[in-house]
Design a protein around this ligand. Structure first.
Ligand code: NAP
Length: 332
């Protein structure tokens, strides 16, 4: 397979530090260009990572005929507009999460997605630890799946950070609540029917800084989550069945240079003493994500999770926000 020629839309930290280095490890991805609003910043990133071309505007990158696929890690309010612009230029787009601010906005991508491939960059679904956890669930290793509990937090009070800017799609629900929603849909292999959320907003930023939620996946299956942008950094997924439990130790920010672990516990002993560790060799989930999208581009096939999946995730996030306003259960 000839590598897919990628262009990177902006010098965003996630691209510079994680996603682009991950892709560049792969023979399936050739990162050929990067663009920034600031030409010097684009040149710096190109020099740092060994990217051949640096552009001083996003439009110049989109006009480059060598570029086949765009990675879009812009602030959330620019995900849909710049994905549309890239698609209009004939480029496939791997767009950072959340794909939009609302489901209605995400739906604007429908026409474009019939012309080019568009996918939301939930790298976690490409990590073998998520895939193995789901296999264990499906094989009955924990009995009947009953509940999932997700915690994801970090501490960030930088007023300039995109997460603390309400006007450009900030807030914890969009930034990390989206992962809790993905976890529920992935492990239950189902969609929630109704949700309820409790939201605490930062009084000066106006963004949600702590959100707890309960999601009803039907047939007695429940997911709870807490996401916070102003709490000690922590992340964990707990999956409880009738006969066992699966814990994903570092479910979201799995390191690209260290083995990771999940635990399978029959609950025989308290304090994790009956938990068996399952270790995964070093793997870079961003590399795997870039490879999956590149294969879809070359194969002319739909990405494993395409626009419909992304729109569904946004619908659930919308219903969580409606629940904040109504202070009650909201149908998805
Ligand atoms: N999948 C993951 O693991 C993961 C992790 C973190 C973040 N993300 C997602 O990736 C995206 C970027 O996050 P980040 O933390 O990397 O952001 P960031 O470092 O702040 O980068 C955002 C970039 O967007 C460009 N930009 C264009 N208009 C802007 C505006 N009005 N304000 C600020 N920046 C603007 C800037 O690039 P130029 O100046 O070069 O044009 C900026 O560097 C978000 O959607 C976030 O949800 C994903």
């Amino acid at each position: 397979m000839q590598p897919v020629r990628w262009g990177i839309l902006s010098t965003a930290k996630i691209g510079r530090v994680k996603v682009v280095p991950g892709m560049m490890k792969s023979p399936l991805c050739a990162v050929v260009a990067v663009a920034s609003r600031d030409a010097a910043a684009a040149r710096d990133m190109a020099a740092e990572l060994g990217i051949a071309k640096a552009y001083g505007s996003y439009d110049a990158l989109l006009a480059d005929p060598e570029v086949e696929a765009i990675y879009n890690p812009l602030p959330n309010h620019l995900h849909v507009p710049m994905t549309l612009a890239a698609a209009a230029a004939g480029k496939h787009v791997l767009c950072e999460k959340p794909i939009a601010i609302t489901a209605e906005e995400a739906e604007q991508l429908t026409q474009a997605a019939s012309q080019v491939l568009i996918a939301e960059a939930f790298m976690v679904r490409h990590h073998p630890q998520w895939q193995r956890a789901r296999e264990l669930i499906q094989s009955g290793a924990i009995g009947d799946l009953r509940s999932i509990h997700v915690v994801f937090s970090y501490f960030n009070v930088d007023p300039g950070n995109i997460r603390n800017r309400a006007d450009i799609g900030g807030g914890g629900l969009l930034d990390i609540g989206c992962y809790a929603v993905v976890a529920g849909r992935y492990f239950f292999d189902a969609e929630p029917v109704r949700v309820v959320a409790l939201v605490d907003r930062d009084p000066s930023f106006g963004v949600d800084r702590t959100t707890s939620a309960l999601m009803d996946f039907g047939s007695g299956r429940q997911l709870t989550f807490i996401v916070s942008t102003q709490s000690v950094p922590f992340q964990r997924v707990q999956i409880l069945g009738t006969k066992g439990r699966i814990e994903i130790e570092i479910p979201f920010n799995a390191p690209p240079d260290q083995p990771t672990r999940i635990y399978l516990d029959d609950g025989n002993l308290h304090g994790n003493r009956s938990a068996r560790a399952i270790e995964f060799p070093v793997v870079d989930q961003y590399q795997l994500q870039g490879e999956a999208f590149s294969r879809a581009v070359r194969g002319g096939t739909a990405p494993g999770y395409g626009l419909e999946d992304a729109i569904m995730n946004m619908r659930i996030l919308d219903s969580l926000r409606r629940s904040e306003a109504s202070a009650g259960w909201e149908a998805v």
